[in-house]
Ligand binder design. Structure first.
Ligand SMILES: Nc1ncnc2c1ncn2[C@@H]1O[C@H](COP(=O)(O)OP(=O)(O)OP(=O)(O)O)[C@@H](O)[C@H]1O
Ligand SMILES: O=C(CO)[C@H](O)[C@H](O)COP(=O)(O)O
Length: 402
Protein backbone atom coordinates (compact mmCIF):
# COMPACT_ATOMS: atom_id res chain seq x y z
CA UNK A 1 0.00 0.00 0.00
CA UNK A 2 1.48 3.34 -0.98
CA UNK A 3 2.13 5.87 1.74
CA UNK A 4 1.10 9.42 0.95
CA UNK A 5 3.95 11.54 -0.35
CA UNK A 6 4.25 14.89 1.43
CA UNK A 7 6.10 17.88 -0.03
CA UNK A 8 3.93 20.79 0.74
CA UNK A 9 3.46 23.80 2.86
CA UNK A 10 -0.29 23.25 2.84
CA UNK A 11 -2.40 21.66 5.57
CA UNK A 12 -2.18 17.91 5.79
CA UNK A 13 -5.13 15.63 5.45
CA UNK A 14 -4.96 12.77 7.97
CA UNK A 15 -5.34 9.99 5.42
CA UNK A 16 -3.99 11.57 2.27
CA UNK A 17 -1.67 14.45 1.67
CA UNK A 18 -0.71 16.14 -1.53
CA UNK A 19 2.62 16.71 -3.15
CA UNK A 20 1.86 19.87 -5.06
CA UNK A 21 -0.69 22.48 -5.91
CA UNK A 22 -0.96 24.84 -8.81
CA UNK A 23 -1.02 28.53 -8.28
CA UNK A 24 -3.31 30.81 -10.17
CA UNK A 25 -2.92 34.18 -11.83
CA UNK A 26 0.84 33.70 -12.06
CA UNK A 27 1.29 33.07 -8.34
CA UNK A 28 3.61 30.10 -8.01
CA UNK A 29 2.98 27.74 -5.12
CA UNK A 30 4.22 24.13 -5.29
CA UNK A 31 5.37 22.15 -8.31
CA UNK A 32 4.79 18.65 -9.75
CA UNK A 33 1.34 19.25 -11.16
CA UNK A 34 0.45 16.64 -13.73
CA UNK A 35 -2.43 18.35 -15.36
CA UNK A 36 -3.96 21.74 -15.68
CA UNK A 37 -6.41 23.53 -17.79
CA UNK A 38 -6.72 27.21 -18.71
CA UNK A 39 -10.30 28.43 -18.28
CA UNK A 40 -11.04 30.95 -21.01
CA UNK A 41 -13.84 32.58 -19.04
CA UNK A 42 -11.82 33.56 -16.03
CA UNK A 43 -8.13 33.19 -16.85
CA UNK A 44 -7.75 30.69 -14.02
CA UNK A 45 -5.74 27.54 -13.97
CA UNK A 46 -7.33 24.53 -12.43
CA UNK A 47 -5.30 21.45 -11.89
CA UNK A 48 -4.73 18.04 -10.43
CA UNK A 49 -1.84 17.38 -8.09
CA UNK A 50 0.18 14.20 -7.79
CA UNK A 51 -0.75 12.21 -4.73
CA UNK A 52 -0.19 8.79 -3.26
CA UNK A 53 -3.06 7.72 -1.10
CA UNK A 54 -3.89 4.78 1.12
CA UNK A 55 -7.50 4.51 -0.01
CA UNK A 56 -9.68 5.71 -2.79
CA UNK A 57 -12.39 8.25 -2.21
CA UNK A 58 -16.01 7.13 -2.33
CA UNK A 59 -18.17 9.43 -4.41
CA UNK A 60 -21.83 10.21 -3.68
CA UNK A 61 -24.01 12.29 -6.01
CA UNK A 62 -26.92 14.40 -4.80
CA UNK A 63 -29.07 16.01 -7.46
CA UNK A 64 -31.87 18.54 -7.03
CA UNK A 65 -33.04 21.89 -8.24
CA UNK A 66 -32.03 24.97 -6.33
CA UNK A 67 -33.91 25.52 -3.05
CA UNK A 68 -34.97 21.88 -2.77
CA UNK A 69 -33.23 20.96 0.46
CA UNK A 70 -29.73 19.87 -0.67
CA UNK A 71 -27.96 21.89 2.04
CA UNK A 72 -30.30 20.57 4.72
CA UNK A 73 -29.72 17.02 3.54
CA UNK A 74 -25.94 17.59 3.56
CA UNK A 75 -26.09 18.83 7.15
CA UNK A 76 -27.97 15.69 8.16
CA UNK A 77 -25.53 13.47 6.27
CA UNK A 78 -22.35 15.00 7.69
CA UNK A 79 -23.87 14.82 11.18
CA UNK A 80 -24.29 11.05 10.79
CA UNK A 81 -20.54 10.80 10.25
CA UNK A 82 -19.89 13.03 13.27
CA UNK A 83 -18.21 16.42 13.39
CA UNK A 84 -19.33 19.69 11.90
CA UNK A 85 -18.87 20.55 8.24
CA UNK A 86 -17.19 23.89 7.59
CA UNK A 87 -15.91 25.88 4.62
CA UNK A 88 -12.19 25.45 3.85
CA UNK A 89 -10.20 27.28 6.54
CA UNK A 90 -8.55 30.51 5.45
CA UNK A 91 -10.02 30.21 1.96
CA UNK A 92 -12.49 32.21 -0.08
CA UNK A 93 -15.30 33.29 2.27
CA UNK A 94 -17.73 32.68 -0.58
CA UNK A 95 -16.55 29.10 -1.12
CA UNK A 96 -19.40 26.63 -1.66
CA UNK A 97 -17.39 23.72 -0.22
CA UNK A 98 -18.01 22.09 3.15
CA UNK A 99 -15.39 19.94 4.81
CA UNK A 100 -15.73 17.64 7.81
CA UNK A 101 -13.45 14.87 9.13
CA UNK A 102 -14.89 12.27 6.79
CA UNK A 103 -16.72 14.13 4.06
CA UNK A 104 -16.07 16.90 1.60
CA UNK A 105 -19.14 18.33 -0.08
CA UNK A 106 -18.54 20.21 -3.30
CA UNK A 107 -21.22 22.17 -5.06
CA UNK A 108 -21.40 21.58 -8.80
CA UNK A 109 -22.31 25.24 -9.36
CA UNK A 110 -18.52 25.63 -9.22
CA UNK A 111 -18.40 24.08 -12.68
CA UNK A 112 -20.49 26.84 -14.24
CA UNK A 113 -18.44 27.79 -17.28
CA UNK A 114 -20.41 30.99 -17.79
CA UNK A 115 -20.72 33.57 -15.05
CA UNK A 116 -23.95 35.48 -14.40
CA UNK A 117 -23.23 38.09 -17.08
CA UNK A 118 -22.08 35.42 -19.54
CA UNK A 119 -25.34 33.51 -19.10
CA UNK A 120 -27.37 36.67 -19.55
CA UNK A 121 -25.49 37.59 -22.73
CA UNK A 122 -25.93 34.12 -24.21
CA UNK A 123 -29.54 33.82 -22.99
CA UNK A 124 -28.98 30.53 -21.15
CA UNK A 125 -29.83 29.50 -17.60
CA UNK A 126 -27.43 27.83 -15.15
CA UNK A 127 -29.38 24.60 -15.71
CA UNK A 128 -28.39 24.50 -19.37
CA UNK A 129 -25.45 22.13 -19.98
CA UNK A 130 -23.88 24.83 -22.19
CA UNK A 131 -23.37 26.92 -19.05
CA UNK A 132 -21.40 24.13 -17.35
CA UNK A 133 -18.01 22.50 -17.92
CA UNK A 134 -18.64 18.75 -17.76
CA UNK A 135 -15.17 17.86 -19.08
CA UNK A 136 -13.55 19.55 -16.12
CA UNK A 137 -16.16 18.16 -13.69
CA UNK A 138 -15.37 14.65 -14.93
CA UNK A 139 -11.59 15.11 -14.85
CA UNK A 140 -11.63 16.52 -11.34
CA UNK A 141 -14.11 14.09 -9.76
CA UNK A 142 -12.14 11.23 -11.35
CA UNK A 143 -8.87 12.66 -10.04
CA UNK A 144 -10.25 13.01 -6.49
CA UNK A 145 -11.64 9.49 -6.65
CA UNK A 146 -8.16 8.29 -7.60
CA UNK A 147 -6.66 10.10 -4.62
CA UNK A 148 -5.38 13.23 -6.35
CA UNK A 149 -5.92 16.76 -5.08
CA UNK A 150 -7.44 19.24 -7.51
CA UNK A 151 -7.65 22.99 -7.93
CA UNK A 152 -11.42 23.32 -8.27
CA UNK A 153 -12.97 26.50 -9.59
CA UNK A 154 -15.38 28.51 -7.42
CA UNK A 155 -18.62 30.07 -8.61
CA UNK A 156 -19.29 33.04 -6.39
CA UNK A 157 -23.03 33.30 -5.71
CA UNK A 158 -22.61 36.73 -4.15
CA UNK A 159 -20.86 38.40 -7.09
CA UNK A 160 -22.03 36.06 -9.84
CA UNK A 161 -18.39 35.74 -10.97
CA UNK A 162 -15.97 32.83 -11.35
CA UNK A 163 -13.41 33.20 -8.55
CA UNK A 164 -9.87 31.78 -8.39
CA UNK A 165 -9.81 28.06 -7.62
CA UNK A 166 -9.49 26.33 -4.25
CA UNK A 167 -7.54 23.20 -3.42
CA UNK A 168 -9.65 20.10 -2.76
CA UNK A 169 -7.81 17.18 -1.19
CA UNK A 170 -9.24 13.68 -1.49
CA UNK A 171 -11.54 12.94 1.45
CA UNK A 172 -12.87 9.56 2.54
CA UNK A 173 -16.24 10.51 1.08
CA UNK A 174 -16.75 13.11 -1.62
CA UNK A 175 -20.30 14.36 -2.10
CA UNK A 176 -21.00 16.18 -5.33
CA UNK A 177 -24.24 18.09 -4.93
CA UNK A 178 -26.02 20.33 -7.35
CA UNK A 179 -27.96 20.50 -10.54
CA UNK A 180 -26.13 17.92 -12.67
CA UNK A 181 -24.31 15.13 -10.80
CA UNK A 182 -25.92 12.45 -12.97
CA UNK A 183 -26.25 14.37 -16.26
CA UNK A 184 -22.93 13.42 -17.85
CA UNK A 185 -22.48 9.68 -18.18
CA UNK A 186 -18.75 9.88 -17.41
CA UNK A 187 -19.45 11.63 -14.08
CA UNK A 188 -22.40 9.34 -13.38
CA UNK A 189 -20.21 6.28 -13.78
CA UNK A 190 -17.89 7.59 -11.06
CA UNK A 191 -20.67 7.62 -8.47
CA UNK A 192 -20.75 4.90 -5.83
CA UNK A 193 -24.25 5.98 -4.83
CA UNK A 194 -26.69 8.58 -6.13
CA UNK A 195 -29.67 10.41 -4.71
CA UNK A 196 -32.26 12.64 -6.32
CA UNK A 197 -34.46 15.04 -4.33
CA UNK A 198 -37.67 15.22 -6.32
CA UNK A 199 -39.73 18.11 -5.02
CA UNK A 200 -43.10 18.52 -6.74
CA UNK A 201 -43.87 21.88 -8.27
CA UNK A 202 -46.50 22.73 -5.64
CA UNK A 203 -44.15 22.04 -2.76
CA UNK A 204 -41.19 23.77 -4.45
CA UNK A 205 -43.36 26.84 -4.86
CA UNK A 206 -44.42 26.77 -1.20
CA UNK A 207 -40.79 26.43 -0.03
CA UNK A 208 -39.62 29.20 -2.36
CA UNK A 209 -42.29 31.52 -1.03
CA UNK A 210 -41.32 30.69 2.51
CA UNK A 211 -37.63 31.36 1.90
CA UNK A 212 -37.47 34.00 -0.81
CA UNK A 213 -40.53 35.99 0.18
CA UNK A 214 -40.49 35.67 3.95
CA UNK A 215 -36.71 35.63 4.45
CA UNK A 216 -35.30 37.46 1.41
CA UNK A 217 -38.03 40.01 0.65
CA UNK A 218 -38.75 38.88 -2.94
CA UNK A 219 -42.21 39.50 -4.39
CA UNK A 220 -44.68 36.71 -5.14
CA UNK A 221 -44.61 37.70 -8.82
CA UNK A 222 -40.82 37.51 -9.06
CA UNK A 223 -40.79 34.08 -7.39
CA UNK A 224 -43.40 32.81 -9.84
CA UNK A 225 -41.48 34.30 -12.77
CA UNK A 226 -38.20 32.73 -11.67
CA UNK A 227 -39.77 29.27 -11.30
CA UNK A 228 -41.45 29.59 -14.71
CA UNK A 229 -38.22 30.76 -16.38
CA UNK A 230 -36.30 27.74 -15.07
CA UNK A 231 -38.98 25.16 -15.77
CA UNK A 232 -38.19 24.23 -19.42
CA UNK A 233 -34.51 23.64 -18.62
CA UNK A 234 -35.40 21.91 -15.36
CA UNK A 235 -37.64 19.51 -17.29
CA UNK A 236 -35.04 18.98 -20.01
CA UNK A 237 -31.83 18.60 -18.01
CA UNK A 238 -32.40 18.18 -14.28
CA UNK A 239 -35.54 16.11 -13.77
CA UNK A 240 -34.51 13.24 -16.13
CA UNK A 241 -31.57 12.46 -13.82
CA UNK A 242 -33.92 10.81 -11.34
CA UNK A 243 -34.07 7.70 -13.55
CA UNK A 244 -30.42 7.03 -12.69
CA UNK A 245 -30.66 7.58 -8.93
CA UNK A 246 -30.19 4.71 -6.48
CA UNK A 247 -32.53 6.51 -4.05
CA UNK A 248 -35.13 9.18 -4.77
CA UNK A 249 -36.85 11.24 -2.09
CA UNK A 250 -40.08 12.43 -3.66
CA UNK A 251 -41.97 15.21 -1.90
CA UNK A 252 -45.64 15.73 -2.74
CA UNK A 253 -48.65 17.49 -1.25
CA UNK A 254 -50.51 15.45 1.37
CA UNK A 255 -53.37 13.17 0.40
CA UNK A 256 -54.72 13.32 3.96
CA UNK A 257 -56.31 16.75 3.47
CA UNK A 258 -58.50 16.79 0.34
CA UNK A 259 -57.54 19.64 -2.01
CA UNK A 260 -54.65 20.85 0.17
CA UNK A 261 -52.22 23.14 -1.64
CA UNK A 262 -50.51 24.84 1.26
CA UNK A 263 -47.48 22.57 1.08
CA UNK A 264 -47.21 22.34 4.86
CA UNK A 265 -48.30 18.75 5.35
CA UNK A 266 -46.31 16.52 3.02
CA UNK A 267 -46.44 13.06 1.50
CA UNK A 268 -42.88 11.85 1.14
CA UNK A 269 -41.79 8.75 -0.75
CA UNK A 270 -38.42 7.05 -0.44
CA UNK A 271 -37.88 5.14 -3.68
CA UNK A 272 -35.03 2.65 -3.34
CA UNK A 273 -33.56 0.75 -6.27
CA UNK A 274 -33.21 -3.01 -5.80
CA UNK A 275 -29.95 -4.78 -6.56
CA UNK A 276 -27.58 -1.91 -5.74
CA UNK A 277 -24.36 -3.28 -4.26
CA UNK A 278 -23.97 -2.52 -0.54
CA UNK A 279 -27.46 -0.99 -0.37
CA UNK A 280 -30.35 -3.01 1.06
CA UNK A 281 -33.62 -1.09 0.87
CA UNK A 282 -35.39 -0.22 4.11
CA UNK A 283 -38.64 -2.05 4.78
CA UNK A 284 -41.67 -1.80 7.02
CA UNK A 285 -42.76 -4.94 8.93
CA UNK A 286 -42.25 -7.52 6.18
CA UNK A 287 -39.79 -7.23 3.31
CA UNK A 288 -41.45 -7.32 -0.10
CA UNK A 289 -45.03 -7.21 1.20
CA UNK A 290 -47.44 -4.39 0.55
CA UNK A 291 -48.28 -2.62 3.79
CA UNK A 292 -50.47 0.29 4.79
CA UNK A 293 -50.04 1.46 8.39
CA UNK A 294 -51.63 4.21 10.45
CA UNK A 295 -49.41 4.31 13.54
CA UNK A 296 -51.54 6.82 15.45
CA UNK A 297 -52.79 5.26 18.65
CA UNK A 298 -51.48 4.69 22.14
CA UNK A 299 -47.80 5.05 21.28
CA UNK A 300 -47.83 7.85 18.75
CA UNK A 301 -49.63 11.13 19.30
CA UNK A 302 -51.20 12.40 16.08
CA UNK A 303 -53.25 15.51 15.60
CA UNK A 304 -55.20 16.25 12.40
CA UNK A 305 -54.65 15.03 9.68
CA UNK A 306 -52.75 12.12 11.22
CA UNK A 307 -49.96 10.00 9.79
CA UNK A 308 -50.07 7.19 7.26
CA UNK A 309 -47.25 4.92 6.07
CA UNK A 310 -47.25 2.79 2.94
CA UNK A 311 -44.63 0.31 1.89
CA UNK A 312 -44.26 -2.07 -1.01
CA UNK A 313 -42.56 -3.09 -4.24
CA UNK A 314 -42.96 -1.07 -7.44
CA UNK A 315 -41.20 -0.22 -10.69
CA UNK A 316 -39.59 3.12 -11.42
CA UNK A 317 -38.25 3.94 -14.90
CA UNK A 318 -38.23 0.22 -15.61
CA UNK A 319 -36.25 -0.64 -12.47
CA UNK A 320 -37.48 -2.74 -9.56
CA UNK A 321 -37.74 -0.59 -6.46
CA UNK A 322 -39.07 -0.67 -2.91
CA UNK A 323 -41.06 2.36 -1.86
CA UNK A 324 -41.56 3.58 1.69
CA UNK A 325 -44.05 6.41 2.04
CA UNK A 326 -44.98 8.68 4.91
CA UNK A 327 -47.88 11.13 4.69
CA UNK A 328 -48.46 13.57 7.56
CA UNK A 329 -46.32 14.92 10.35
CA UNK A 330 -45.15 14.05 13.84
CA UNK A 331 -46.50 15.93 16.85
CA UNK A 332 -43.81 14.64 19.20
CA UNK A 333 -40.40 13.78 17.79
CA UNK A 334 -39.41 11.67 20.79
CA UNK A 335 -42.22 9.29 19.87
CA UNK A 336 -40.57 8.64 16.51
CA UNK A 337 -38.83 5.73 18.23
CA UNK A 338 -42.13 3.86 17.90
CA UNK A 339 -42.01 4.19 14.10
CA UNK A 340 -38.26 3.52 13.98
CA UNK A 341 -38.71 0.25 15.85
CA UNK A 342 -41.00 -1.02 13.08
CA UNK A 343 -38.54 -0.24 10.27
CA UNK A 344 -35.82 -2.69 9.24
CA UNK A 345 -32.57 -2.36 7.28
CA UNK A 346 -32.14 1.21 8.52
CA UNK A 347 -28.40 0.68 9.12
CA UNK A 348 -28.37 2.11 12.64
CA UNK A 349 -25.49 1.28 14.98
CA UNK A 350 -27.73 1.30 18.07
CA UNK A 351 -31.44 1.19 18.91
CA UNK A 352 -33.00 4.61 18.42
CA UNK A 353 -30.23 6.19 16.34
CA UNK A 354 -32.67 7.61 13.77
CA UNK A 355 -34.73 9.22 16.51
CA UNK A 356 -31.60 10.56 18.17
CA UNK A 357 -30.44 12.17 14.91
CA UNK A 358 -33.87 13.66 14.29
CA UNK A 359 -34.05 15.09 17.80
CA UNK A 360 -30.53 16.49 17.48
CA UNK A 361 -31.57 18.48 14.41
CA UNK A 362 -35.16 19.22 15.30
CA UNK A 363 -34.63 22.81 14.13
CA UNK A 364 -33.79 21.75 10.54
CA UNK A 365 -36.58 22.12 7.97
CA UNK A 366 -38.61 18.93 7.58
CA UNK A 367 -37.77 17.46 10.98
CA UNK A 368 -41.41 16.73 11.76
CA UNK A 369 -42.14 14.86 8.53
CA UNK A 370 -40.92 12.28 6.02
CA UNK A 371 -38.34 14.60 4.43
CA UNK A 372 -36.25 14.72 7.61
CA UNK A 373 -36.92 11.07 8.44
CA UNK A 374 -35.92 9.76 5.01
CA UNK A 375 -32.93 12.10 4.65
CA UNK A 376 -31.66 10.80 8.00
CA UNK A 377 -32.19 7.19 6.97
CA UNK A 378 -30.43 7.72 3.63
CA UNK A 379 -27.53 9.29 5.58
CA UNK A 380 -27.28 6.14 7.69
CA UNK A 381 -27.48 3.95 4.59
CA UNK A 382 -24.61 5.92 3.03
CA UNK A 383 -22.51 5.40 6.16
CA UNK A 384 -23.25 1.68 5.93
CA UNK A 385 -22.42 1.58 2.22
CA UNK A 386 -19.15 3.38 2.90
CA UNK A 387 -18.20 0.94 5.66
CA UNK A 388 -19.06 -2.09 3.54
CA UNK A 389 -17.11 -0.75 0.57
CA UNK A 390 -14.05 -0.03 2.68
CA UNK A 391 -14.23 -3.46 4.29
CA UNK A 392 -14.57 -5.14 0.90
CA UNK A 393 -11.67 -3.17 -0.57
CA UNK A 394 -9.47 -4.08 2.34
CA UNK A 395 -10.15 -7.76 1.67
CA UNK A 396 -10.03 -7.87 -2.12
CA UNK A 397 -9.20 -4.44 -3.55
CA UNK A 398 -9.69 -5.26 -7.25
CA UNK A 399 -13.01 -7.05 -6.78
CA UNK A 400 -14.54 -4.34 -4.57
CA UNK A 401 -13.86 -1.67 -7.19
CA UNK A 402 -15.78 -3.58 -9.88
N1 LIG B 1 -37.84 19.42 4.28
C1 LIG B 1 -38.20 20.68 4.18
N2 LIG B 1 -39.37 21.09 4.68
C2 LIG B 1 -39.76 22.37 4.56
N3 LIG B 1 -39.01 23.33 3.96
C3 LIG B 1 -37.84 22.97 3.46
C4 LIG B 1 -37.37 21.63 3.56
N4 LIG B 1 -36.15 21.56 2.97
C5 LIG B 1 -35.87 22.79 2.53
N5 LIG B 1 -36.88 23.64 2.83
C6 LIG B 1 -37.00 25.04 2.47
O1 LIG B 1 -36.21 25.27 1.35
C7 LIG B 1 -35.18 26.21 1.64
C8 LIG B 1 -33.91 25.77 0.93
O2 LIG B 1 -33.38 24.64 1.58
P1 LIG B 1 -31.87 24.28 1.34
O3 LIG B 1 -31.01 25.48 1.57
O4 LIG B 1 -31.57 23.05 2.13
O5 LIG B 1 -31.92 23.94 -0.20
P2 LIG B 1 -30.80 23.96 -1.33
O6 LIG B 1 -31.24 22.98 -2.35
O7 LIG B 1 -29.47 23.72 -0.75
O8 LIG B 1 -30.91 25.43 -1.84
P3 LIG B 1 -29.90 26.27 -2.79
O9 LIG B 1 -29.48 25.38 -3.89
O10 LIG B 1 -30.76 27.39 -3.25
O11 LIG B 1 -28.80 26.69 -1.88
C9 LIG B 1 -35.08 26.25 3.17
O12 LIG B 1 -34.70 27.51 3.63
C10 LIG B 1 -36.50 25.94 3.58
O13 LIG B 1 -37.25 27.12 3.53
O1 LIG C 1 -29.51 26.88 -9.83
C1 LIG C 1 -28.66 27.43 -9.20
C2 LIG C 1 -27.86 26.73 -8.17
O2 LIG C 1 -28.39 25.55 -7.74
C3 LIG C 1 -28.33 28.85 -9.41
O3 LIG C 1 -29.40 29.46 -10.03
C4 LIG C 1 -27.10 28.98 -10.28
O4 LIG C 1 -25.98 28.40 -9.65
C5 LIG C 1 -26.81 30.45 -10.54
O5 LIG C 1 -26.61 31.09 -9.35
P1 LIG C 1 -26.87 32.64 -9.14
O6 LIG C 1 -28.34 32.80 -9.24
O7 LIG C 1 -26.30 32.91 -7.76
O8 LIG C 1 -26.11 33.34 -10.22
Amino acid sequence: MAICAVHTSGQLNPTCSFSSSLGFNGQKQQQVAVFYKQRSSSSRRVGVSVIRCEQETIVIGLAADSGCGKSTFMRRLTSVFGGAAEPPKGGNPDSNTLISDTTTVICLDDYHSLDRTGRKEKGVTALDPRANDFDLMYEQVKAIKEGKAVEKPIYNHVSGLLDPPELIKPPKILVIEGLHPMYDQRVRDLLDFSIYLDISNEVKFAWKIQRDMAERGHSLESIKASIEARKPDFDAYIDPQKQYADAVIEVLPTQLIPGDNEGKVLRVRLIMKEGVKYFNPVYLFDEGSTISWIPCGRKLTCSYPGIKFNYGPDTYFGNEVSVLEMDGQFDRLDELIYVESHLSNISTKFYGEVTQQMLKHSDFPGSNNGTGLFQTIVGLKIRDLYEQLIAARAKTPAEAKA
